[in-house]
Design a protein around this ligand. Structure first.
Ligand code: G3P
Ligand code: MG
Length: 244
């Protein structure tokens, strides 16, 4: 029997099985057959690094503000199981042509260097469909769109959506990314009527996956990709799931 379709987006790689936002975590997601991987990006000491928090304590053996340190020092830290904090370049080298990369922009002044980095990859022949850029911060998405007008952007929504998704449509978004605790069928239907995909984050158990599928979500962010891949088909890496 044909499986129904629900895109599995590996959250911080596959953070349920390996230290989040590390090469090991992304490798784990890829080895499971995940076709889209999400990582968080900060710009620190003129380097694009893959990291979620603005402080070091939770996920490394360091302490203090992420942006207070040199890149060289950050690379000495253990990000879990002996992994280093990776760079965006290392993640891209690992992922290239095996999956789409969802880059979530965190921290100050991240959009410009990410755009510059992507433009370099596009000049090298990378497929623009391989990238989806998301953020909770509207200003970062506006900047990315200004610098790369045809890049796909996803608008993250923190907590309960305020009304419909017109604000995301107005930004030229490809997708909206609400959280599982607050998304409703009405919100998803409205986004679909505006020709946007809906990818829901915070979906880390089988019951939540089923619920999001029934509500009509197009994809889910999960740290546990096996719970999605076991029951749902994945589209083509590039244009099929991205066609708009
Ligand atoms: O992009 C989906 C999800 O990663 C957003 O929240 O805090 O895990 O980056 P957070
Ligand atoms: Mg994220």
């Amino acid at each position: 029997m044909k499986k129904p379709s629900l895109l599995c987006i590996g959250h911080r790689g596959a953070m349920g099985y390996a230290p989040e936002n590390t090469l090991l975590s992304v490798q784990k997601a890829l080895s499971l057959g995940v076709l889209c991987v999400e990582v968080d990006v900060y710009y620190v000491d003129k380097h694009l690094v893959i990291f979620h928090d603005d402080r070091l304590e939770r996920t490394t053996d360091g302490e203090g503000d992420l942006t207070a340190y040199s890149f060289e020092y950050l690379r000495t830290l253990d990000a879990g199981e002996g992994q280093k904090i990776p760079t965006l370049d290392e993640i891209c080298a690992l992922i290239k042509s095996k999956a789409c990369l969802n880059i979530e922009l965190k921290g100050d002044k991240t959009a410009e260097p990410v755009a510059e980095y992507i433009l370099e990859r596009l000049d090298e022949g990378w497929d623009i469909e391989s990238f989806l850029i998301s953020s909770f911060h509207k200003d970062k998405l506006i900047t990315i769109k200004r610098l790369i007008p045809n890049i796909k952007i996803g608008v993250l929504i923190n907590g309960k959506p305020r009304g419909d998704s017109k604000f995301a449509e107005d930004l030229g978004a490809f997708s909206v990314h609400p959280s599982s605790g607050f998304v409703t069928k009405a919100f998803i239907d409205d986004a679909h009527n505006r020709c946007m995909r809906v990818f829901v984050y915070g979906v880390d158990d089988a019951a939540a996956v089923t619920k999001m599928y029934r509500l009509g979500a197009d994809g889910v962010f999960t740290g546990f990709p096996k719970i999605v891949l076991a029951h749902y088909a994945q589209g083509e890496v590039n244009t099929r799931w991205c066609d708009r």
